[in-house]
Design a protein around this ligand. Structure first.
Ligand SMILES: Nc1ncnc2c1ncn2[C@@H]1O[C@H](COP(=O)(O)OP(=O)(O)OP(=O)(O)O)[C@@H](O)[C@H]1O
Length: 478
């Protein structure tokens, strides 16, 4: 009190200098923000200290993120904990400076008004060991803790639709589609083949890394509408307990956005693009070139008409500028180096409209044809919807008719749904379906064979396109 303020300052300065000579401790300050954003070292140290504190500290701060089943621990503010690394005693303190008390330039650049930091103290003789070994150790441990938490994530699978929130384009919801491989009415051989392929895929983490391939698989599900493509996607997600990312290509602005979306997906996910032939122009480039040539040779008025035809699609439908190259990269680009297994499923009613580059193995590893209802699939539907089996008196007739007419599982399911379950209702439902199939058979017998061109088929497991035109019964040009 007797000293003038200037002397105060000077004496304080001298005393601090003197104490520093005797004090051999060193302090490292790890700020929460580093001026440009979050300081990764701060988060890593908090994760490291959290797991450390859980073991022996008297006070621990716990928090839980919505997508993580386990809470994460950290060192509470204004608390201190001790650590030993290779015999070096270390002390960590969590400090918060209120806005008015702090003069840090970093605080002003952060969003929070408080300045949070961790203070690491240790003896000066350990300076090198701390810098070159302890800090990397903290970072590595934090990464290990992060991966462990991720692995322990509960995969109650989610349905994630593509939304318009720019920062979080995927809007998740719990996935609870009831479709399973047991309820699916498809050829049992095909069903088992798909199931085996999926189970082999998910169990082959090491195999994929050994052969130098990204751990991903692409499926093309093709076939007429109502044959169970969407139901199969749901059954796959349920079988593997994967999240479903439902992507609407036309809603994606650009190839870059498409890539960004994919990077935002989690491991153990199915990315689905339904009716891919309808969303963008991903048609065969060779075919398009031929068509262009044809167009040039046609009169002007006809050309204009074709240019206006929206059914031709084309990159840039609506406001989207996603094109074939973007989709090819999306399916098989460098993004696939993202950690974890991913399944990509495209569905279409018209596989012949897709560019062959999209169909090649590596992009579409397997192509599954879901076709009209076969007898085995019919039995599954009859059992699920009507609770009847092979012994039903009309079963044999229904199965015989299925060999003659095309009817989809969706159409049969709809007839079954309209009747009241077991007993008389089941008989009536069977009769209705049989009547409908008889009607189709009569119609088919009365009408001439259909003209068409460009058919798709499977040959030795490969998708093959045969360009041919049928003009009549015995006038087929291949
Ligand atoms: N194979 C099937 N097994 C069981 N149910 C089916 C099957 N196929 C169709 N269904 C029934 O028909 C409805 C339509 O099926 P789904 O949407 O899976 O067909 P899709 O092939 O995806 O049709 P689209 O090509 O028009 O999208 C579903 O609600 C489902 O109940």
């Amino acid at each position: 009190d007797f000293l003038p303020p200037e002397l105060h300052h000077f004496v304080g300065f001298l005393l601090r200098g003197l104490m520093a000579r005797f004090n051999t401790d060193i302090k490292i300050i790890v700020d929460e923000y580093d001026g440009a954003g979050n300081n990764e070292l701060y988060s890593a140290a908090q994760a490291y200290l959290g797991s450390h504190c859980l073991d022996d500290a008297r006070v621990v701060r716990l928090s839980k993120r919505h997508d993580c089943p386990l809470p994460t621990a950290s060192l509470p503010s204004y608390h201190t904990t001790h650590d030993y690394f290779q015999g070096i005693p270390l002390q960590w303190s969590s400090v918060v400076e209120r806005a008015s008390a702090s003069s840090s330039p970093i605080r002003s650049s952060s969003l929070s008004s408080d300045h949070r930091y961790l203070e690491l103290s240790f003896h000066s003789r350990h300076r090198d060991a701390v810098r070159s070994q302890y800090i990397p150790h903290v970072l590595a441990e934090a990464e290990r803790i992060r991966l462990l938490a991720r692995e322990r994530r509960l995969y109650t699978n989610r349905y994630v639709a593509f939304g318009d929130d720019h920062r979080n384009p995927w809007s998740p919801a719990p996935f609870s589609h009831p479709s399973t491989f047991e309820t699916l009415a498809i050829d049992p051989v095909l069903r088992d083949e798909i199931r085996d392929d999926l189970l082999r895929f998910v169990s082959r983490r090491n195999y994929y890394s050994r052969v130098g391939r990204a751990w991903k698989r692409g499926y093309l599900l093709y076939g007429p509408p109502g044959t169970g493509k969407t139901s199969l996607v749901a059954a796959i997600a349920n079988l593997l307990e994967f999240d479903v990312y439902d992507l609407e290509l036309t809603a994606v602005q650009s190839n870059t956005s498409l890539r960004r979306l994919l990077v935002c997906t989690n491991p153990k996910s199915v990315v689905v693009i339904e009716d891919v032939d309808c969303s963008l122009d991903l048609s065969d480039r060779k075919k398009k070139k031929k068509e262009k040539k044809k167009k040039k040779s046609k009169p002007d008025s006809e050309t204009e008409e074709r240019e206006m035809d929206p059914s031709e699609g084309g990159a840039g439908w609506g406001t989207s500028s996603v094109n074939l190259s973007g989709v090819l990269n999306f399916v098989d680009g460098l993004w696939s180096s993202c950690v974890g297994e991913r399944l990509m499923i495209f569905t279409t009613n018209h596989p012949e409209r897709l560019d062959l580059a999209l169909l090649r193995p590596g992009r579409m590893d397997r192509k599954f044809h879901l076709s009209y209802c076969c007898p085995a699939a019919f039995r599954v539907l009859a059992s699920n919807y009507l609770d009847i089996g092979d012994e039903h008196e009309l079963m044999a007739e229904a199965e015989a008719l299925l060999g003659e007419v095309d009817i989809t599982p969706a159409e049969i399911a709809e007839v079954f749904m309209r009747c009241d379950g077991e007993g008389k209702g089941a008989d009536a439902a069977m009769e209705k379906v049989i009547e409908e199939m008889r009607r189709r058979r009569r119609k088919a017998a009365a009408s001439p064979p259909e003209c068409g061109h460009g058919k798709l088929g499977m040959e030795n497991g490969f998708l093959v396109r045969r360009d041919f035109r049928i003009r009549g019964d015995d006038d087929a040009h291949v």
